[in-house]
Write a protein that binds this ligand. Structure first.
Ligand SMILES: Nc1ncnc2c1ncn2[C@@H]1O[C@H](COP(=O)(O)OP(=O)(O)OP(=O)(O)O)[C@@H](O)[C@H]1O
Ligand SMILES: [Mg+2]
Length: 413
């Protein structure tokens, strides 16, 4: 198999690591390898033990290599955690040539200016810089200014930053496995490539990836990301609540949650009872499923409340007519969509794997794989330009890759 045809997505989650190998033909992806290992060494999306994380990644990567019969030496790796932040900024340059025609290097220049203008917080570094729109002279809303004439070019950009320590620790895990990072990709940005339609992104939508350790939020508008935030609360917290609420060991609490967990009981389930193992004994007790729902509900409510509060604070609450799309393992919780729709005045749906993904569809269909499938799609959809030009990029070059990937999108239109 030619290595140029392969792309690898590596989702380094709090509960599991997933490596997906995709074979790309004419832009369509066939998944030819999957490796998955329980995640050890991460807390709330962030590496806290490099040795353990490296071991977990190694297991997932080796499995995927074996299945696809390839060597993996570079990946698109997801990054998340509370340390993620964003800034929106504007840069301006003048076009001084006699013909006033805007060229590719003017676009690079204006993006660089937008980047330089903005103070990246101390001990942080840039992960993405994504142009949202260009303004040529006074004409706003331009997606691709190349070839237009004007004397003043302005760019509005979305910059995603992460704490340097978190970025370096993740990089070190992959370095020690001799795996190059083609690009670090903000996890909700990756997931969005798997579960959001372009119409939703154009109109305005919130992606909510509720995983094990974090709930990753991203708002898309006019086709691009406008807002991103990572909340340090998700499925693991629910499991902990069950441990306390039902007095069960952690492992049992997790099983009970996945098998019976719900936030929305149908009338005929009101009196249903479930069997739960108790702490320190083989004994099982029967408890009404209602009690389980009562333990889970406040956590679900908290996650939605925190989410909408963040949106409100950032001024995006009224900018998402397409509503909310859920992904991540916790989006599988029974009744979560119904609960959200009933309590919040906004349409909510569960995301699903895109139609154009082939191979192992039945495996990757679960929203648990939205990030890893999204990483594969991101690698194809965002790097057409780079694929034709230069294959490998470094993290330091992310800015340029993002700009041209973004432009490539418009060249194709
Ligand atoms: N059917 C289910 N009902 C409820 N919760 C579920 C179900 N299936 C999985 N989960 C929960 O989903 C969580 C894992 O989700 P996911 O695989 O998206 O997380 P992750 O990517 O490892 O973590 P993160 O993105 O937070 O770093 C676990 O807490 C698990 O209990
Ligand atoms: Mg995840």
């Amino acid at each position: 198999m030619e290595s140029e045809d392969l792309t690898v997505g590596l989702d380094i989650g709090t509960t599991k690591i997933v490596a997906l190998v995709g074979n790309v033909t004419d832009g369509s992806i066939e998944i030819v390898g999957i490796g998955q290992a329980p995640s050890k060494g991460l807390e709330k999306g962030v590496v806290v033990d490099i040795g353990q994380t490296t071991n977990s990644i190694r297991k997932a990567v080796r499995q995927a290599e074996k299945m696809a019969d390839v060597n993996i030496n570079s990946v698109y790796a997801g990054i998340t955690g509370k340390h993620i932040n964003y800034l929106n900024n504007t840069g301006t340059v003048s076009i001084n040539r006699s013909d006033s025609v805007i060229r590719k290097d003017d676009v690079s220049r204006v993006i660089e200016t937008a980047k330089a203008m903005q103070q990246i917080p101390p001990q942080s570094e840039m992960i993405h810089i994504i142009p949202r729109q260009f303004v040529v002279d006074n004409q706003e809303g331009i997606s691709d200014p190349i070839g237009m004439t004007g004397t003043r070019l302005e760019a509005d950009v979305h910059i995603v930053t992460g704490a340097s320590t978190a970025v370096h620790n993740l990089t070190r895990c992959l370095d020690s496995l001799n795996i190059e990072i083609e690009q670090l990709v903000l996890e909700p940005l990756a997931s969005s490539h798997a579960v959001l339609s372009s119409a939703e992104k154009e109109l305005g939508v919130l992606l909510m990836d509720i995983g094990g350790g974090t709930t990753d939020l991203a708002v898309f508008k006019k086709g691009d990301i406008w807002f991103s935030k990572v909340l340090p609360v998700a499925g693991e917290h629910m499991t902990n609540d069950i441990t306390v609420g039902l007095q069960t060991p952690l492992k049992v609490a997790e099983e009970v949650k996945v098998e019976h967990g719900t936030v929305f009981l149908d009338e005929d389930e009101e009196d249903k009872k479930i069997e739960v193992a108790t702490v320190g004994g083989d004994k099982k007790k029967r408890i009404p499923i209602k009690n389980l729902a009562k333990v889970i509900e406040p956590r679900v409510e908290e996650i939605f409340n925190l989410t909408f509060q963040e949106l409100e604070d950032a001024g995006y609450r009224d900018l998402i007519p397409s509503g909310v799309v859920l992904s991540g393992g916790t989006s599988l919780l029974k009744g979560i969509v119904e609960y959200g729709n009933r309590h919040f005045d906004i349409p909510i749906r569960r995301g699903s794997t895109p139609e154009d993904i082939h191979g192992l569809r039945d495996v990757v269909e679960s929203p648990i794989y939205a990030t890893s499938v999204g990483l594969l799609k991101y690698s194809v959809e965002s790097n057409d330009y780079l694929r034709n030009g230069r294959k490998t990029i470094n993290r330091g070059e992310t800015a340029i890759s993002d700009i041209f990937s973004w432009l490539a999108k418009f060249f194709r239109k």
